[in-house]
Design a protein around this ligand. Structure first.
Ligand code: 6CS
Length: 378
């Protein structure tokens, strides 16, 4: 076991301890102040968490406040550097009145614990993957549909920024669960890794693939003949190493950063999907913000759309190069014919999603498809 994985064991221990804390928090107000061990972008005073009630006037128009933004990734990875940049800009724009603490994966539990914590108001802000709330917000599963979004990153960027289906309609669906998605952004194209070379849908036959919690992911891999297993990513390296799981999907920077390539012989650049993350706020907290504070949050989130596009691009390019340099994982890039074959195999799942998945809004799906077609011209 390398140092990296010892780090995961420590993290899992902290997840267990913090899960107990989460239960104790139940609907809490975020006043708990743990030593997270993460790089602190905020200050060390007690958190006032909330709309600023009772806090003192600190700088110009802004009352002093402290927020926390929890992420699902480790220091240096895209979600975490996003949270740091968000913190830096909020602090600058409010003349230091408002500070934001960026928290890394594991500091407050697993990805599902973190989502729950945001919903309960235990943290104000989170970078969240829709895949972990697919059971609660069925329409959010739209992001786990293979070959729905284009492969062109600029086009995905445009769709995520401008889509009304996502930024208005889907946002409302999340808000019913106290999650306000302030922005959707891509962490890059996902690749498949496995110890088997996957070049056509039938190569998936009999493989067990790790997925997030979204039920639709089961249907997608079922269409190729594979079975799925839900796991937190912190358990994934060991599962791949011990071959209790055969394959996984993630953006390339993350495959390299989490060292999955060390225990996988092949990486397929399949074009099957991109990894969407959401910048989210607890809905009641966000709605209760003073207008000037809300405007600063909205402006910062908007600015960071382009910033994070460049950041993920840089990290994905470096990750691909590092995997190639390391040399033990063969990189297979799908050609147009292979993509067409997979696209055809997954069509029944698109229809199944629209017609049969309980709780989804077919109009939202149709609207998003229309918006995608407008951008791609197909
Ligand atoms: O595979 C996962 O679950 C993790 N992947 C990424 C790119 N970010 C966080 C997430 O939990």
């Amino acid at each position: 076991m390398n140092i990296f994985n010892k780090k995961y064991l420590l993290m899992l221990a902290s997840i267990f301890a913090l899960s107990l804390l989460l239960v104790a928090c139940g609907g809490g107000d975020g006043d708990e102040s743990e030593d997270t061990g993460s790089e602190d972008s905020g200050s060390e005073e007690e958190s006032d968490s909330g709309s600023g009630e009772g806090s003192e006037e600190a700088s110009g128009d802004f009352e002093s406040d402290q927020w926390r933004m929890v992420t699902e990734e480790l220091q240096g990875e895209v979600q975490f550097v996003y949270a740091q940049e968000f913190a830096k800009r909020i602090e600058e724009k409010t003349g230091g009145a408002i500070t934001v603490e960026a928290l890394e994966y594991g500091a407050l539990g697993s990805e599902t614990d973190q989502a729950q914590l945001l919903q309960q108001g235990g943290v104000e802000l989170a970078v969240m993957s829709p895949g972990f709330t697919g059971g609660q917000v069925p329409d959010g599963q739209i992001f786990s549909m293979h070959y729905l979004f284009p492969t062109d990153q600029e086009q995905i960027h445009q769709i995520l920024k401008d889509s009304e289906a996502l930024n208005t309609d889907l946002r409302k669906k999340y808000e019913e669960h106290s999650i306000t998605p302030l922005a959707y952004w891509s962490e890059g194209q996902m690749a498949w890794t496995s110890n088997t070379a996957i070049k056509s849908p039938s190569d998936w036959e009999g493989l067990n693939v790790r997925v997030q919690e979204s039920p639709l992911m089961r249907e997608s891999y079922d269409a190729y003949g594979a079975t799925v297993q839900s796991l937190s990513w912190g358990e994934l390296y060991t599962a791949l190493d011990r071959e209790t799981v055969d394959a996984q999907e993630n953006p390339i920077f993350f495959i390299e950063s989490a060292s999955f390539n060390e225990v996988q012989d092949y990486m397929m650049i399949s074009g099957h999907n991109n990894y969407v993350a959401m910048t989210t706020a607890n809905t009641e907290w966000y709605n209760g913000l003073d207008d000037n504070v809300k405007a600063v949050v909205d402006e910062t989130v908007k600015e960071l759309q382009d910033w994070v596009f460049d950041e993920q691009k840089k990290q994905n390019e470096a990750g691909l190069q590092a995997i190639k340099d390391e040399g033990s994982t063969e990189v297979i890039e799908f050609d147009e014919d292979q993509i067409a074959e997979f696209r055809e195999a997954i069509q029944p799942v698109h229809e199944y999603y629209r017609e049969e998945v309980e709780g989804i809004d077919p109009e939202l799906f149709d609207k998003l498809k229309g918006e995608i077609e407008e951008v791609t011209g197909e």
